[in-house]
Design a protein around this ligand. Structure first.
Ligand code: MEV
Length: 437
């Protein structure tokens, strides 16, 4: 059984690998070779990547792709996407093409306010903490004046602090709910630094407050942290065309529109379907979030919470037909950054952002929302017409062939054969087996 190790993080990269190989891999030299194959030859670049996290031993590649032809508010974008799922980029590109001659996508940022909370215990009289807060609110603001100086110059900063009595949800629980504008930065570090400073001032001042002193009952800060639920940092995207224009090779416009609307209604009615429906949307969103160096976990958490904002988890997209016009839309919260964090460090992130013409955070919000809407359109279009597997397995075919170590000639023959035959893992395996016999 492997033994615990102390001081692992202080070991060199080679020592870490040696320890892993001897503890878990029977000193398998091939496994170590594979790991090292993914090191970058450029030492400086490798050092940069090693520095992103602790205990780095190699790099983990994901495909970086481009979905071209996205017409968004009159500008044509090529959208960078980082994702491993074989059919996602093809689906995005097809959808972009579909909407290109129909006016493209329209997007609108509704609001950009972010928030964080200082969570507080207080079991005394509500009136005491309320009066302490109103007497000290301006001091709390002042406590972050240095931290927010630069952000303020760019039009952002701390917007407001509100004391919320949450004792109905939890005994003795109060919050300082703080709102922020962080411009083009995602703002997590800025918000957390501000919150911790406000919390410090809150606690220090409370120790000197006569009503708390006289009753020997003081508020206590439990923790201070931003919220990844950002329903006031909201973006909307939509597409529109006449029902006739919805026609494709597979289906006429009216039937397609009807089935599409029904698919949305089902996602609204049934949580099991809504989760998968929204997962497809996240295929597009996460891929752009990763390519632009943003935090996909915070985006995922916030968006799924938003999908349940009315108490039931439901579809993030909506569709309607009115006066013969089909409209399909998405509304999602997105706290994104185009400056700071990985955006300044990761060369591929910089590349992705320059392909997008170095967007502001607001512009990126629109692009990401469009990517999510497009992905949902592609998924529903396949689902209500040909079924999802046809396109998915066509893209997956190459993975299966690579898995079977198919030669270039075998790959060429297989791609030709499976144009008209159903792709399944066993069908491809049998086909290659026959070729080799
Ligand atoms: C697969 O990654 C995503 C889909 O399941 C989404 C959906 O069902 O809407 C195809």
């Amino acid at each position: 059984m492997p033994q615990p190790i102390s001081g692992f993080s202080k070991k060199s990269k080679d020592e870490k690998i040696q320890w892993l190989a001897s503890s878990y891999l029977n000193n398998d030299t091939n496994a170590v070779k594979v790991l090292k194959q993914y090191w970058n030859n450029d030492e400086k670049l490798q050092k940069l990547h090693d520095g992103f996290i602790e205990n780095t031993i190699s790099n983990y590649y994901l495909p970086f792709a481009i979905a071209p032809n996205f017409l968004i508010d009159g500008t044509i974008f090529s959208i960078p996407m980082v994702i491993e799922e074989s059919s996602v980029v093809a689906a995005a590109s097809n959808t972009a093409k579909f909407w290109l001659d129909k006016g493209g996508f329209k997007a609108e940022v509704i609001s950009t306010t972010k928030n964080g909370q200082i969570h507080i215990n207080f079991y005394g009289d509500d009136i005491d903490i309320q009066s302490f807060f109103s007497e000290n609110k301006s001091l709390l603001f002042e406590s972050v004046s240095e931290i927010e100086a630069n952000m303020k110059k760019r039009g952002g900063g701390l917007l407001d602090i509100v004391l919320i009595n949450s004792t109905n949800s939890l005994n003795g629980y109060y919050q300082l709910h703080c709102t922020f504008e962080t411009n083009d930065a995602m703002g997590a570090n800025f918000i957390n630094t501000c919150l911790e400073e406000i919390a410090k001032t809150f606690e220090t001042k409370s120790k000197l407050y006569s009503r708390f002193i006289s009753k020997n009952d003081y508020p206590e800060v439990v923790m201070s942290i931003l919220s990844n639920y950002v329903p006031e940092c909201l973006v909307k995207a939509e597409v529109q065309c006449s029902v006739e224009q919805m026609a494709t090779n597979d289906i006429d416009g009216q039937t397609f529109a009807n089935k599409f609307l029904r698919a949305i209604e089902i996602a609204k009615a049934e949580t099991r379907r809504a989760v998968t429906h929204n997962k497809g949307i996240m295929n597009g969103i996460d891929a752009v979030i990763l390519a632009t160096g943003n935090d996909f976990r915070s985006v995922e958490a916030g968006i799924h919470a938003y999908a349940s904002k009315n108490g039931k988890y439901t579809s993030l997209t909506d569709a309607k037909v009115e006066n013969g016009m089909f409209t399909f839309s998405i509304e999602i919260p997105l706290a994104l950054g185009t400056v700071g964090g990985l955006t300044a460090l990761h060369p591929l992130v910089k590349f992705g952002l320059s392909i997008l013409q170095n967007p502001s955070a607001k512009e990126l919000m629109k692009i990401v929302a469009v990517a999510g809407l497009a992905q949902n359109f592609a998924a529903l279009r396949s689902l209500v017409t040909t079924g999802i597997q046809k396109g998915h397995m066509k893209m997956h075919l190459v993975n299966i062939l690579n898995n079977l170590n198919a030669s270039p000639t075998e790959i060429e023959k297989a791609i030709h054969y499976f144009k008209t035959n159903l792709v399944t893992h066993s069908a491809v395996t049998n086909y290659i087996k026959q070729l080799r016999e």
